[in-house]
Design a protein around this ligand. Structure first.
Ligand SMILES: Cc1ncc(COP(=O)(O)O)c(C=O)c1O
Length: 404
């Protein structure tokens, strides 16, 4: 079938909820993906921050192959070996004592919202249900996660939203203090807002927020769906700040490309959920858990966090240098290999230019280019990327000068 016909088939039969690029990707290996015409692309935003080990990482593929021969799926009415093993690994790697498994970031956040409400109602009073979240945040597309999300553009047309969410400006402690009431049960936030434009929390704000939550018996929920699993150079972003949450959500990179989400919490909070309070048919499925175990083992055995820190700071330094050359770059920011460049104009055209040069990147919020290569990226690959980026930017500068 021709490229045109396949795209037409998609338009005919798939709900058109995505602005897709005209690329049909059929194969991937490491930092590369190939399209149906065998063009090779350099993937600097693999799978919306899912493929942290690159495409089809061998140990993950092997784990999936092996598990698929033993057991693909059983219900949560029975115990399953990969699920209990993965839960133990996640608890040993984090602050948590217990894990609930699901299938996506939105679903992990739904679980966190439900648990926070149940905990507060059980322990602190029936009127405690309100959750404060940040403007510019992104927590997912299901109704409660959407209501938690602090961006109107995603909510319009879906009202009425779920009640009980208040949004406050990010990094503004006074606003947060004002928003807290006797109804507040939790504060939920990303430590680095991903979709919102790679905006980092300030340590000072986080410390004050943490103290206030402790004092007022308010749960702290970190959404690490995008920042988790090594993306920022630590297994979880909260480990940079030395402040632990009561609940943390994960998804994206956890399964190395296989859908899985998780909500992690302490024993104290977890005990509010009784059997039957929450469930998910596919949550913690043996296949997904086997893939996730392989991801976590690889991160440890291959020293992936060290590489993320080293290559992240090299990449960041180089991007900062490039910023000095081009006046239209307003900012370079991020942590580890979660990096972004803010432009003074719309970035979608630049994404297309990169794609013509066979490089895949992302643009968020209209003008913020996001670079999130696999965490095992090497220096040569970063240098190749930077060379292409500079060439594209030079052309833009020339065009800009001509316009003047
Ligand atoms: C921080 C954060 N939370 C939640 C989500 C939603 O995850 P999912 O698309 O798996 O539901 C995303 C997705 O981009 C995210 O970045």
């Amino acid at each position: 079938m021709s490229l045109k016909k396949i795209i037409q088939q998609d338009k005919n039969y798939v709900l058109q909820t995505y602005n897709r690029k005209p690329l049909i990707l059929v194969r991937g290996k490491g930092i590369y993906v190939w399209d149906i015409e065998n063009n090779r692309y350099f993937d600097f935003f693999p799978g919306w921050a899912v493929n942290n080990l690159g495409h089809c990482y061998p140990a993950v593929v092997d784990a999936i192959n092996k598990q698929s021969k033993d057991l693909l799926h059983i219900s949560n009415s029975y115990y399953n070996l990969p699920q209990t093993e993965l839960a133990k690994m996640l608890c040993h790697l984090s602050f948590a004592d217990k894990v609930f498994f699901c299938n996506s970031g939105a679903e992990a956040n739904e679980s966190a919202i439900k648990l926070a409400r149940k905990y507060a109602k059980r322990n602190l009073g029936s009127n405690k249900y309100e959750i404060i979240t940040m403007l510019g945040s992104f927590h997912g597309r299901t109704m409660a996660a959407l209501s938690a999300t602090g961006q109107k553009k995603y909510q319009q047309g879906f009202e009425p939203l779920v009640r009980g969410f208040k949004h406050v400006p990010f990094n503004d402690f006074e606003a947060l203090k004002k928003a807290i009431s006797e109804k507040t049960c939790a504060v939920m936030l990303e430590l680095i807002q991903g979709e919102g434009g790679v905006n980092s929390i300030s340590l000072e704000y986080l410390k004050k927020l943490h103290n206030l939550c402790k004092k007022k018996k308010i749960l702290l929920i970190f959404d690490e769906v995008q920042t988790g699993i090594g993306r920022t150079g630590k297994m979880f972003a909260y480990q940079h700040f030395g402040i632990k949450p009561d609940i943390m959500t994960l998804a994206k990179a956890l399964g190395g490309g296989v859908p899985i989400g998780a909500m992690l919490t302490t024993d104290k909070v977890a005990s509010s959920f009784k059997a039957g309070d929450h469930a998910s048919t596919f949550g913690g499925n043996p296949l997904a858990c086997a893939a996730a175990i392989a991801v976590l083992k690889t991160i440890k055995e291959k020293n992936i966090l060290k590489n993320t820190m080293e290559k992240g700071s090299y990449f960041f330094k180089k991007l900062k240098e490039i910023k000095k050359e081009f006046s239209f770059i307003k900012d370079v920011r991020g942590k580890g290999l979660m990096l972004a460049m803010e432009l003074s104009f719309e970035g979608e055209k630049i994404v297309e230019d990169f794609s013509r040069e066979k490089v895949l990147i992302n643009c968020t919020q209209g003008n913020i280019l996001r670079f999130m290569p696999p965490l095992n990226v090497n220096k040569k690959e970063i240098d190749m990327f930077l060379k292409i980026l500079k060439n594209i930017f030079r052309q833009y500068e020339k065009l800009g000068k001509k316009r003047k």
